[in-house]
Write a protein that binds this ligand. Sequence first.
Ligand code: TPP
Length: 436
Amino acid sequence: MEKLRNAWPPYLSFTEVGGQRRLVDHYVKWSDAPDSNVNILSIISRAFDIASADVKGPTLLSISRELLFEKVKKIRIPPRSSPTPIQSDPSMLDKLAELLIKSDLPIIYTRYLGRSPTAVEALIEFANILSVPVFEAPGYMNFPTNHPMHLGYNINPYASEADLILVIDASGWPPWHPPSSILRNSSAKIVFMDLDPLQVKYSIYNYPSHSSIKSDSSLALPSLVELVKEKISKGNIADKVEKRRKTLSIKHEEIRERWRREALKVKDDSPIDAQWFCFCINEVIDENIVIVHEMISYGETIYRLIERNRNASGIWFKAAGPVAHTGLGQGLGVALGIKLAKPEKAVIALEGDEAFNYNPVIAAYGLAQEYSLPFLTIIFNNQSHVSKKHHLKFYPEGWSARSGTFYGVYCKPTPNYAKIAEIFDGYSEQLRILRW
Ligand SMILES: Cc1ncc(C[n+]2csc(CCOP(=O)(O)OP(=O)(O)O)c2C)c(N)n1
């Protein structure tokens, strides 16, 4: 103890009362501030086990300087095993397979199924055998965009016609809002499949559902495919499925052609239109490029027009929102992590200008320079935080609307963000600023 007291740095704890843990407790899945080293290895491994078990999320251990300086005798960790993923109730899957067979127009919507390549493979097989249209808000590469059953990003045109809406891995943010609005547009049966269909983190979550299946899609979907195959072989639905395939494949082509035409219409506009810009990005990318995005208002534009490389797992990541369960400010960190994990890929981070400002920009580029982790950042600089104007929807005759006053919405004069890269020996260019 005497030795410790004389050690440098001094025997002091600089943490605030209650420790750092208190600052982040609301944002982490689990945290602890051990006051002894007796079980320290077990506690560290427990923090890791909990973080990596589904639903995955950050854990925090705040270990005081005093404990870190203490000499610890060898500690044995008992053998541990990680919990296996959840398999859904087989009777629920059987009922769902039955519903799918009987349905005339089932539709699937997903956001984060692409976390698991096995689930992606199963979804492809599922769409092939039943001709089910798939819609998404791609938090990951969930379903190949060149698959004839990929029908885009908006279920609305199909909601009234559909008789079954299957929301897989999208409970964090279902495809309609407010929750009960779907009942006005559709009489379809609604089924949710998710690791956390209750979404326990929300205080209110009243999305209507006729069936809610707690499931890990990488296990549940392959089982569902088998059940459907078995039932197809007994039923007589081949004509129905083939007719659906033909009609939906035509729709798949039609919507792509429409998006293409819309982008080409604005190709000569100045400043650059986001649609045309995304169209051009799409022309030059391939599956060696991983895209990370942290985009708000341009979300659907990039989904529609940057599709070319989204045909294989692991090349598209949304860095914000209910996919990663985070707010803005993670995009550059995620891009760095991907470059570290897949050095053979070229990584592009698409950023809104405010999203970019939420990031630890200097630290991120410093790390990229120090560890040779090059990646490209593209800032969609509309010189504003457009989403902060959404209050007009709720107060159409309010003070902002009447006076044209919008605090915190515009970012003018806009800085030349491109120059930031130069201080880290990066290459940069500023194009004509985007039109929103
Ligand atoms: C950490 C965090 N704080 C606040 C928000 C709320 N928020 C949602 S969108 C947004 C502005 C985004 O601006 P920008 O990236 O320029 O995109 P634009 O609105 O122009 O499309 C903010 C602040 C958030 N998502 N995360």
